[in-house]
Design a protein around this ligand. Sequence first.
Ligand SMILES: [Fe+2]
Length: 587
Amino acid sequence: MNVIGISGLDNSVAFKRREFPHLDRRDYRIAQGFDAAAALVTDEEVAAAVAEERFTGEKSTGAFPRNAIRYCLEAAGLEPGDVDHIAHGFAFMPMPFYEAGSLEQRRYDEVYAPEVTARRTEDMFSGWGSRFVSVPHHIAHAASAFYLSGFDDALIVVADGMGELESLTVAVGEGDAIRVLRRYSIRQSLGILYSVFTLYLGFEMMMDEYKVMGLAPYGDPGRYREEMRQVITLGDGASYQVPLLAHNAPEEWETHRGALRVLVELFGQPRVPGDAIEDRHRDVAAAVQAGLEAAVFHVLEHFQQASGARRLCMAGGVALNCTVNGLIADQGMFDDIFVQPAAADDGSALGAALHVHRTFGRGERRTRMKMPYWGPDLTEDAIQSALQARRDITARRYDDVGELIRLAAERLAAGQVVAWAQGRLEFGPRALGNRSILGDPRDAKMRDHINELIKQREEFRPFAPAVPLESASEYFEIAEGKERYYPHMLFVAQTRPEHRNRLAAVTHVDGSARLQTVDEEENPRFWALLKQFEQITNLPVLLNTSFNLRGQPIVRDPVGALETFVVSNLDALVIGDYLVTQANATR
Ligand SMILES: [Fe+2]
C-alpha cells in the first residue's frame, strides 16, 4: 500500500488577509496550516518526504504541496494511480454553534473543510479526491513519533500551537494503536503561550520560538516569578491553566492583542523588532522558558506515574524545544525517549501517512527511524550542469573521495567556512550533514564570522556541534545508554567543562550544546570528514549550521547550493564529488 501524506492549509493566510486587511505584517503568521509538506509511506519504508518551502523558497509556506507531492512520486517511480490513499494531517469538523455567514463558518468553508484540500488533490490528479482521508492533527503528530520510534509501547505527548480543538494531547501507543488519554484545549496552549512571548520579544511568531529558547539561558528566571503566576498556573493532577490567553477577547485571537496588553502591564513595553536586547528581555525569555518546562514536567510526571510507561515519544512544535527535551533526558524519568525530528507541521504530513498506512495497511516492522534523508538527491548530472552554467566559480572533481575529504578538512582546520552538500535532503528543520555549512568550533570568533557571512542572526544563539557517535560522551555529558538520543539535534547536553575552551563556538553561555551525533553507517562521508578533522586538530567536532541564506529555506538542489555559496561568499563548497571555490579566490 502506498500512502501520500500532506500538511498545510492552502488558503489560510489569504483568507486572513482578505478578512483582516489592516493587521501588522507579523499578525498574518497567527494562522493555521503552515509548513506544507508531502511524505510517501510504502509497505517497505518512508520512501520520500520534503517540505514545499524547499521548492518555492517561501519559508514555512502553507501552500498546497504540489511540488513536494510530485517529488515523492518521482522518487519512488510511482504513477498517481499507484497511490492508494492521500492523508491530510488535519480533520476539521463544522461546529453546530457556528452561525451562518459568521467568520468561523466562512473560515471553515474556505480553509478548514476537508473538501477544500480534497478538491486540490483532485485538481492535481484525477481520482485522488475520492482517496482523500482526514487525520486528526494530533493523531498525525503522535503517529509520526510512535510509529518511527521502534517502541512496542510508549507514552506519547504531542504539544503545539493548536490542532483542530486541542493544544496538547497525551496518549499511549500500544502495538498498532494510539489511545488518547487526555486532550488540553486551545485556551491552554503552551505553544501559543510561547509564541505570544516570541511576538512580545520582537520576533516572528511560529518561526522564531527557538530564538527565545536561545535567549533564555542569559536571563534570570527568578526575576519575574511572581508575574508569571498571572501567565500560567499548575493545578491538581495533570491540569494547568494559561490565564494569560483568557485576556484575548474572541476577535483578539487573530492578533493576541489582549494577551500582549497583559504582558505590557507585567513586563513593560514590548521589544520593537530589530531593537537592542536588554536584560529585561533576557529575563522574560528565561521566565517563559521556565514556565514551559514546569508545565511539561507537571504533565509528564502525572502520566508517567499513571501509566507506568518507561518510554516516551514526543512531537508537535513544542517538542523542538531541545532545552526541555534535554531536561527530560537528564531527569531519568524514562528509560528511552524518541522525538520526531520533523516535530512541527511538516511532520504531520508524515504522521498522517503513517497513521493511514497502519490503519488500512498491513502491520509493519517496528524499528527506529534512522536519519531523515528523505528529500531530493543530488545527481551527478544535475551537479555538472549547475556547475557549467556559472562563470563565477572554479570546480574540480575528485575520483578519490578520501582526497576530497582531506582537502575539506584542511580548509576547515585553517579557519575556512565550508558548505557541504551531499546525498538526499534532510526532512525537518535541521541540516544534519547533507545540506550544512561547517566551521571550526574552537574559536568563538567563528560564530561571528559565519553570522556575518550568511546568517545575520542574533548573536546570542550558538551554533550546534556535530561529533562522531563514538566520541560524543568524551566531549559532552551524556548518560550511559542515552547516546542514541542525539542524532537529530533535538536534545541539549552539557559540554564537558574541560573541553569548553576548545568548543567555544558551539557551547552556549550555560555550558550547553545542541549536539548532533554522526553514525559512520548513516552518513559515512560526514563521519569521515569529522575523523579527518580530528587527524589534523585532535578534535573530532565541527560546527554545523544549515545551508541557507537568512530568512530562506535550506537549499535543495545544485543550482540553489551554488547560488547561496556565491552570494554569501563562503570559502569552499563540497558538493557530491566536487570541490568548488569562488572564481576570484586567492586561497
Ligand atoms: Fe501541529
